[in-house]
Ligand binder design. Structure first.
Ligand SMILES: [Zn+2]
Ligand SMILES: [Zn+2]
Length: 240
């Protein structure tokens, strides 16, 4: 029986190798030739805008001056560091929208790579990687958790363990999109619980940060469960 599976695996790899010669790799965004190592060509990559510097060394938002921003000084957030790879607009907004709502999961390696590149600029200093969970009802309707797919790619690149059992969404919430700041806070307060992270430094992955309220709630749950350090990393960040 085993030799049959081995034979099929061998044929599959041979076909894949042949296809890569016949069909050269294409840019994931425009379909053009010569994509870079991330799978996206040079002109498309230029449409992805990094967060304008200088950034707050805690919340990672553009603060105008280097160091810790006034918001983090007056009201220190529950996370130790928040960082994002790109401004949530233009091409990255389109990619993340397709990735999240239209099953375009083939972007996962690209999104994991740009987040890895961003995190590689500094010391990550985390023990495990986790992600913002979906409520089980949303998980069934969507079929996948977009943050978990990015976290899997990132954990592989960082060589860190990916933990699926750390965070849980304990109740359903409305989509944060379109809600005002006060409603967003009310919508998400107390929606997450965490366990199994005592004395661990956790890197939490999400696709987009808007007001940062989800990051705060998730980080509070992790700290309550004994996490020593929480780094929150997203691919996109809405500048508000
Ligand atoms: Zn392209
Ligand atoms: Zn700050």
């Amino acid at each position: 029986m085993l030799w049959r599976f081995r034979g099929m695996w061998y044929v599959w790899n041979m076909l894949k190798g042949m296809c890569s010669h016949i069909l050269p790799p294409r840019c994931l965004c425009c379909g053009g030739s010569e994509p870079g190592s991330s799978g996206v060509c040079g002109p498309c990559a230029q449409g992805i805008r990094p967060i304008p510097t200088p950034l707050c060394s805690v919340c990672g938002s553009p603060s105008g001056t280097a160091g810790v921003c006034l918001g983090c000084l007056t009201e220190p957030p529950p996370f130790d560091r928040m960082t994002s790879a790109a401004v949530y607009d233009g091409l990255i907004k389109d990619i993340l929208h397709a990735f999240k709502y239209h099953n375009a999961t083939f972007y996962k390696a690209f999104l994991g790579k740009i987040l890895f590149d961003e995190l590689s600029k500094e010391e990550v200093a985390c023990d495990v990687v986790s992600f913002v969970p979906l409520h089980w009802t949303r998980m069934i309707s969507r079929g996948y958790n977009q943050a978990a797919l990015i976290a899997r790619e990132l954990s592989r690149l960082l060589g860190l363990e990916l933990r699926f059992d750390v965070l849980r969404k304990s109740r359903r919430t409305l989509s944060q999109v379109g809600l005002g700041r006060a409603l967003r806070k009310k919508n998400i307060t107390g929606a997450f619980c965490a366990s199994g992270v005592a004395d661990r430094a956790v890197l939490v992955v999400d696709d987009v940060v808007t007001t940062g309220q989800t990051a705060r709630e998730v980080s509070m749950a992790l700290k309550k469960a004994g996490a020593t350090r929480v780094v929150f990393a997203s691919v996109g960040r809405m500048l508000i």
